[in-house]
Ligand binder design. Sequence first.
Ligand code: CO
Length: 171
Amino acid sequence: MPASRSSRSKGLSRQSASLTGQALRLTAFQPGSIKLVQAKSTHHIAVAVNNVDEALATYQQLFGAELEHRETVPEQGVDAATVMLGGNRIELLGATGPDTPVGKFLAKRGQGIHHIAFEVDDIRASLAELEAKGAQLIDTEPRRGLHGLEVAFIHPETSYGVLYELVTNAP
Ligand code: CO
């Protein structure tokens, strides 16, 4: 019986892996677009929270998450912490005030998933390619993000309500 249970769970995981592959395809564009922009892996998932310190303590206590980085970027109105959790990076994203992009998001949508970031090799080439294919970009040029990385956001209108961020190491 353990054998059949294990083979059933293998089958399910194969199925969900292929469903995930489908879902990641940007279907409004040419097939394989996400491959062409060279998304290497998910860099982080960002969760908007009212209080970063409180959320950090909760993630540490409940999930054993390890603090990787804590940073406030006043010019972007962002207070953030990144934690590592099972090999994944979660960005806990707070606002420095209500009149900031994250502050407005929290007022309108409440706490929850804010964006998903993909790591790419060449962020400028990825942005140029996305723009040429009709994607709506929030940033046509990369800007400085947390960790000193270069980042750029794709408008959620393009990606079915999900805000995507491209991330690369600054030169
Ligand atoms: Co981010």
